[in-house]
Design a protein around this ligand. Structure first.
Ligand code: 5GP
Ligand code: ZN
Length: 114
């Protein structure tokens, strides 16, 4: 089976601008940013989407939010704020089938969520 595009980024088979990395999580710049700051934070474990989360992933998801907090410090966006988005499935318009958290910031993002 063809490896997913984010697994290729994790394995450095395709380049990306990495903003954070440890043994479980990697964060990199979105290739088509919709805000001045648009980072994708992903688990290195290939989890397809939110619907595939298991009990053993609970700590990992908590850690992702802690890393987002670190990134918010790095980009100095805590005061102005930011948005975290996870698209899931067809109606959620998820394009890449590897769980990812969009961190969006650097402008007023408006109030439209649907
Ligand atoms: P989704 O629509 O699945 O929530 O978001 C997928 C995101 O991945 C999109 O914002 C898209 O721009 C980004 N993306 C897709 N392919 C690549 C890639 O090869 N490199 C990077 N850095 N981002 C990608
Ligand atoms: Zn993957």
């Amino acid at each position: 089976m063809e490896e997913c595009i984010f697994c290729k980024i994790i394995n450095k088979e395709i380049p990306s601008t990495i903003e954070y990395e440890d043994d479980e999580i990697i964060a990199f710049k979105d290739i088509a940013p919709v805000a001045p700051i648009h980072i994708l934070v992903i688990p290195k474990k290939h989890i397809k989407s939110l619907v595939e989360l298991e009990q053993e992933d609970e700590a990992l998801i908590g850690k992702i939010y802690r890393i987002i907090n670190k990134l918010a410090d790095k980009y100095e966006i805590k005061e102005k704020g930011y948005r975290v988005v996870v698209n899931c499935g067809e109606d959620g318009v998820q394009e890449v089938q590897h769980l990812h958290f969009h961190l969006l910031a650097g402008k007023h993002l408006g109030c439209k969520i649907g």
